[in-house]
Design a protein around this ligand. Structure first.
Ligand code: GLN
Length: 236
């Protein structure tokens, strides 16, 4: 944490807010506040420079063209890459996840250069992956089974410097039996919308990384009920 508060930077709401991923900022603010940790959230439009002093950067999903434009602007800006070099946390969803990689598929499937902050490459799959996703998270992350919703055409291949975030129990994810990827404190996922509402353990992982310490447990019985309901509906 660079100061007495966690600085959360929501990247490009004008391009990457199509799928309701902005709610993740509210979850992080709330779960930090319940531990007495102040936060400051900056919503950063795509014509503004990316500050390098954020603690957590969030990127959401988006349609193909806004995704290409966002990747182009973030590459030109360079602020996100500098922040990652200084140890910032990045949580990226779907289009945001893909554009962190070396390349992703554009609207005609053409390869589009990404930021190279994650050792992944994405292209277009045969079929759109739409529906519930459930996965068992890499043991070292200490996050319970994830439950979410995916909606993407892209398939993602991991290189040797990226670890799979979770093993798919239900759904498609990357298309290789795994869902998402991480390297250091940069984590991408295909889980849209209220990913951190449904997975408070994942929200706490990002906060732990940002604060650099363990966090006091919270009463998650309501979130737990939602998780149980979704898990029962999807995997029985
Ligand atoms: N355009 C990308 C894909 O279809 C990302 C879509 C999204 O963010 N939902 O794979």
């Amino acid at each position: 944490m660079s100061s007495d508060r966690i600085k959360i930077v929501w990247i490009y709401p004008d391009l990457l807010s199509t799928y309701g991923d902005q709610g993740n900022t509210i979850v992080l603010e709330r779960r930090a506040a319940l531990r007495g940790i102040p936060t400051e959230t900056v919503s950063l439009r795509s014509d503004e420079p990316v500050p390098a002093d954020g603690d957590i950067y969030l990127l959401g999903g988006g349609e193909d063209r806004p995704q290409i434009l966002a990747a182009h602007r973030l590459r030109g800006d360079g602020g996100l890459a500098r922040a990652v070099q200084s140890g910032a946390v990045v949580f990226a969803v779907c289009a945001g996840y893909q554009l962190l990689g070396h390349e992703f598929g554009g609207e005609e499937g053409q390869p589009v250069p990404g930021l190279g902050l994650l050792d992944i490459r994405s292209g277009r799959g045969e079929q759109r992956a739409v529906g519930e996703i459930v996965g068992d998270v890499a043991a070292e992350l200490n996050v319970p089974r994830i439950t979410g919703f995916e909606n993407h055409q892209g398939v993602t291949h991991l290189g040797p410097n990226a670890q799979p975030f979770a093993k798919v129990v239900h759904g498609i994810g990357n298309g290789d039996g795994f869902e998402g990827a991480y390297s250091g404190r940069v984590l991408g996922t295909y889980m849209h919308g209220p990913a951190l509402v449904r997975n408070p353990g994942l929200a706490d992982l990002l906060l732990r990384w940002a604060v650099g310490a363990e966090l006091a447990p919270l009463d998650d019985s309501w979130a737990g009920r939602l998780r149980e309901e979704r898990l029962r509906a999807v995997v029985g």
